[in-house]
Design a protein around this ligand. Sequence first.
Ligand code: EPS
Length: 388
Amino acid sequence: MRFLTAGESHGPKLSAIVEGFPANLPIDKERMTAELLKRQGGYGRGRRMQIEKDTFQFGSGVRHGKTLGSPIMLEITNDDFKHWSKIMGSEPLTAEEEASMKRVITKPRPGHADLVGGMKYNVRDLRNVLERSSARETASRVAVGALCKELLHALDIRIFSRVNQIGEVKDDAEYSIEERAGRPDQSSVRMVSEEKTKQAEELIDATKKKGDSIGGIVEVIVENPMPGLGSHVHYDRKLDAKIAGSIVSINAFKGVEFGIGFRAGETPGSEVQDEILYSEEYGYYRRTNNLGGFEGGMTTGMPIIVKAVMKPIPTLYKPLFSVDINTKESFKATIERSDACAVPAASVVCEHMVAIEMAGAILDKFPHDDFIELESAVAQYKQRLGEY
Ligand code: EPS
C-alpha cells in the first residue's frame, strides 16, 4: 500500500490517493468522518477550526460501501478558500495585481519551515512554503488513517490515543486499557482524568493570554495486533522503525518511545526484557510489556504502546526575533491567528499514522487483492501460530 497527499492550507482542497488497498472491504464513511472531526477538536485550537468542518468525499475506489481494489481518492474541501481565492488562486496575476498583492510573507517565523524552505525552493513569498508545511496537511493523513482503521477494525485490531501531558500537567496514573480507550473522547484535551483536563485547560488559557504556545506528550495503543508484523531481516522492514519515522514526520513531533522508552537507558537489562510465558489459552505471551509490543522490529502480539513528544507550536503571538528576507533587518515576528495548543489534535494524527503503518504491515504480509482472501490468510496464520 502506498499513498500521497496534496493540498495547501488555504488552497481549494486537500486530497490523498491510496493505492494497494484490497477490494471488498466494507467502509463505514460516518465512522471515518468522526475521526476527522476528532482531529479538529481539542481545547486550544484557534479560529480556523471554527471555519472548517472537515468532511471528506470519495473521489474513487469505493462503490456501494465497499472498496474496489482500485486507487482510493479522498478529498477534503477547505471552506476557508473562499476568503483566499485571490491569494491562493492558480491563475497568473496581472502586473497590477502582483504589485498590489497583500499578505506577501517576507518575515520567516522561527521554528517553522519558512526560511529554509524559501532558500531551498528559491521563493521570495514565504507563503509558497508555509501553505504546504502547515499542519492543515495532517487532515489528509487522518483521512488515509481512517481508511486504514476500517481495515484494522475488520480484522478486530483496535487502536486509540490519548494525551499524557500538556506542559507540566501530567495525566500519568496507571489507567486500565479501557479507561485509556474510552475516556479521552470525553475530555476537551483528550486526557483520561477530569481533574487533569481542567488543569490543562487552565494552563492553555494562561499560555494563550501570554501569547505563547505549549506542547506535550501523546500515547497511541494498538490492541490485539497479530505477532510477526514487520521483520527482523532488514532495517527498512522493521515496523517499529517505520512507526517512529511516520510519527516524526508529523508537524512539530520531536521524539518517539516504545514501551518504557527512554527509561530503558537507566534500568538493568534483567528488568527491561519481557519474560516469555506460555498458556494453553493464550499461547506465548510476555509477563510485562516494557518493550511496548516489539522485539526485533516485529510485533510480539502484546499491545503496541507508542509515546511521542510534540514541541509547542512555533506560530506565536508573542514576538520572537527573526530577519526580513528582503531588508535583512531584524524584526519581531507577529501573526494573525494560531492554535495555542494542538496536542489533543496531534494525538489523533499520531493514532492515524500508526494505523497507516499497521495496515501497511498487514498488507505487506498477507495476500490482499481481495479482503476475503486476506481475512482467511490471517485466520490460517493465526492457526499456525497457535500450533507453534
Ligand atoms: C496553522 C495555523 C492555523 C491552524 C492550522 C495550522 O491555521 P490558519 O493559519 O489558517 O489560521 O489552525 O491548522 C489547521 C488549519 C488544521 O487543519 O490543523 C499553522 O500555522 O500551521
